[in-house]
Design a protein. Structure first.
Length: 332
């Protein structure tokens, strides 16, 4: 039996009907794997080894699937958790890093612990070093030919020059999430300077500017990539009236669609490069024909796409992970 751990936010804070991590836990349990959860605060390093207080978790049968999760009654628990046990991270075959942003120093410290687990032979999904290296907005610059025109800088003059050139621009923090701190600046917008000052904290923090892509009105498309292969359906997040942010957290409506030819081209261009970095579960954002973000920390939207198209994306991920483990064992 495989032992798997999920580094997560508190169980009671997860949304059972929508959370992709729960879908992954259910897929692991369906394969009779031993499922544990770890909270970042319970990771530690002692004399050359990484450890954690973990809890064995069992999803109750009715809540392991997306459809049945809709039937949860008031006060019902979707899981049973055993008492904490102190164990080496190397005791797990696989560790899934599924802690939500913010991507702060505590998150980075957790990846250092996971580095040790990887050195000891545990597969970490996604790779700990790549979680640090691949900022979800800045990593897009590695694929500039697929993205809209953009600039990253903390200098106000460079950010203003970009606006003068492109006239309709989106400014956003490099560590923002869920649509927070995203501003669209049209031509002659009187708030341009104050927005740049605020986002850069008076030129002390770099931010990203991207040329506005008007196709956002048709949706900010989340494309999931599992072990280098794009899922054939995406979730288009359509901004609510008066908004330009295509984030569910900002009130956008979700619509599941097949990938377009261009969506697939972008995903297939990225796929092999993501795999080489150990990024086995990634959610890319595409607006119109342009790549805008590459989400590697805790991508979501499994539940929505599964439910609409009767897929098992988390199961696909578990099968890929199992295949990788067998390959590693064969090499050893």
């Amino acid at each position: 039996m495989l032992r798997v751990a999920f580094v997560i936010d508190p169980l009671d804070a997860l949304n059972v009907t929508k959370d992709s991590t729960i879908a992954m836990m259910g897929a692991a349990q369906a394969r009779d794997w031993d499922v544990h959860v770890v909270y970042p605060k319970n990771l530690c390093w002692i004399q050359g080894d990484a450890y954690a207080y973990s809890q064995r978790v069992c999803l109750t049968a009715a809540f392991a699937s997306t459809l049945e999760a809709e039937l949860i009654g008031e006060g019902e628990l979707w899981y049973r958790a055993e008492s904490e046990e102190f164990t080496a991270l190397s005791a797990f075959n696989v560790i899934f890093m599924r802690k939500d942003p913010p991507f702060d120093m505590n998150y980075i410290y957790a990846t250092y612990m996971l580095d040790q687990a990887e050195r000891d032979g545990t597969l970490v999904v996604n790779n700990a070093q790549s979680l640090r290296d691949c900022n979800e907005k800045f990593y897009t610059t590695e694929f500039a030919e697929l993205a809209p025109p953009m600039v990253v800088s903390q200098r106000a003059d460079k950010l203003r020059e970009f606006h003068i050139e492109h006239r309709d621009v989106v400014y956003k923090k490099l560590d923002g999430m869920g649509g927070t701190s995203i501003f669209r600046m049209r031509e002659d917008d009187p708030n341009l300077n104050v927005v740049i000052e605020t986002l850069t904290d008076n030129e002390s923090i770099p931010i990203m500017a991207q040329k506005f892509v008007p196709e956002i009105e048709d949706g900010d498309k989340r494309v999931l990539i599992v072990d280098g292969e794009p899922v054939p359906y995406l979730l288009a997040r359509i901004p609510k009236k008066g908004e330009t942010r295509g984030n569910l957290a900002a009130g956008a409506a979700g619509e599941v669609r097949p990938l377009s030819t261009r969506d697939r081209e972008i995903a297939e261009e990225l796929g092999p490069k993501l795999v080489r970095r150990g990024l086995l579960f990634v959610g890319i954002d595409v607006i119109g024909d342009y790549l805008t973000e590459i989400n590697v920390t805790c991508p979501t939207c499994i539940r929505e796409i599964d439910k609409a198209r009767e897929l098992d994306i988390a199961g696909q991920l578990m099968d890929s992970v199992h295949k990788r483990l067998r390959t590693i064992e064969a090499v050893e």
